[in-house]
Ligand binder design. Structure first.
Ligand SMILES: *Cc1c(COP(=O)(O)O)cnc(C)c1O
Length: 365
């Protein structure tokens, strides 16, 4: 059996350290916004090259908090990609904004910067680029457009802890960066967790208040906020995993390179590893394209190998949005959502496992 992710192997490698850290938190009786959250915020801000990191309850909440911190008003437009996990767009709608979709580049699966200007209107306030599957968006292009039109840039870095563009870390290049520590992400907790990063002292102040009922200090509520805090147990675990994130990401890149070699002469499109000098891909997912992906998935399943489709429907074709966007056609995203197939990917995957996956694919098509 080859799973999509293997959380157990990673836990076993770090078990002593993690168990001890968790027990220390239990014994400390300091469970919410304590010393581990503070230390994790400092350590991850350091690792990401940003001034501030604000822990919160999930990647989804990170997006909500960021949109509230920039004071998104009802009816204002936020440009994003239709080819992402639903949460990137759900946050815009729930915070009262209007999502505006821009189609993706077929080689990177990320929002196409060349199409953004056409989507800008007087109501546009922000852009949410998503670093899909662990590959950074071209943030020079995004920031240039944002500057010209005075837009806020919120990077959805949920899949990209450790990814880089021209040496800068994903999540550290816009006004705010949103991270998820969902267990299968490149930096995963043992439950839900999230974080917003920023270089702005003003956003930092607002985010710290917003995650804790809008309070500045105890029982002093300066705005309306929510309860969205990272807990001490998750922060203690994340501090340990953060020390190994470079190794994890190296491992993912090794796995991707081996996949590329084994799949070289076959008919599937492998992930673009274009321009290695500018892009440091961390392969949250290793996703191939083929018109007959169901056939490949079935063959893998018959051989006890997992695979998954991220994502079978673009966001604008989800039932909740379908009617609203019925006249919108985004052909690249729509085609890729029909052809994409993510293969097993985790840092500890062995060469023989990768070879097995590749052999089944080659025999099938
Ligand atoms: C996982 C994910 C989120 C949401 O993160 P949660 O921690 O699960 O709430 C948001 N955006 C993208 C692109 C994601 O992959």
């Amino acid at each position: 059996m080859i799973p999509m992710v293997d959380l157990k192997t990673q836990y076993e490698q770090l078990k002593n350290e993690i168990d001890q850290a968790v027990l220390e938190v239990l014994g400390s009786c300091h469970y919410i916004l304590g010393p581990n959250v503070k230390a994790f915020e400092e350590e991850s801000a350091n690792a990401l090259g940003v001034e501030y990191a604000i822990g919160c309850a999930s990647g989804t909440d990170a997006l909500h908090l960021a949109l509230r911190a920039m004071d998104l008003k009802r009816g204002e437009e936020v440009i994003t990609t239709p080819f992402t996990f639903f949460a990137s767009c759900e946050a815009i709608s729930l915070e009262g904004g209007e999502p505006v979709f821009v189609d993706i580049e077929e080689n990177t699966f990320n929002i196409d910067p060349n199409r953004i200007e056409d989507a800008i209107t007087p109501k546009t306030r922000a852009i949410i680029p998503v670093h899909l599957y662990g590959l950074s968006v071209d943030m020079d292009a995004i920031n240039t457009i944002a500057k010209q039109h005075n837009l806020v840039v919120i990077e959805d870095s949920a899949q990209a802890f450790g990814a880089k563009f021209k040496g800068s870390m994903a999540g550290g290049m816009g006004h705010m960066g949103c991270f998820s520590f969902y267990p299968s992400k490149t930096l995963g907790a043992f439950g839900d967790g999230g974080m917003v990063t920023t270089n702005s002292a003003e956003f930092n102040d607002r985010l710290k208040a917003l995650r804790d009922h809008g309070s500045h200090g105890r029982y002093n509520h300066v705005m309306l906020g929510v309860n969205s805090r990272l807990d001490e147990i998750q922060a203690a675990i994340l501090r340990i995993k953060l020390r190994h994130i470079d190794d994890f990401n190296h491992g993912r890149r090794r796995v991707a390179a081996v996949y590329n070699t084994y799949l070289k002469d076959c008919d599937v499109i492998t992930p673009d590893s274009h321009n290695e000098e500018s892009y440091y891909h961390v392969y949250h997912q290793y996703t191939i394209l083929h018109p007959e992906r169901e056939k490949i998935a079935a063959a893998l399943k018959a051989n006890n190998i997992a695979s998954a489709v991220h994502y079978p429907k673009t966001v604008h074709r989800q039932p909740v949005y379908e009617k609203h966007f019925q006249d919108l056609s985004l052909p690249i995203s729509e085609r890729i959502s029909e052809q994409c197939l993510s293969l097993p990917m985790y840092p500890e995957m062995t060469e023989s496992q990768i070879q097995q996956v590749a052999e089944v694919i080659k025999e099938t098509i």
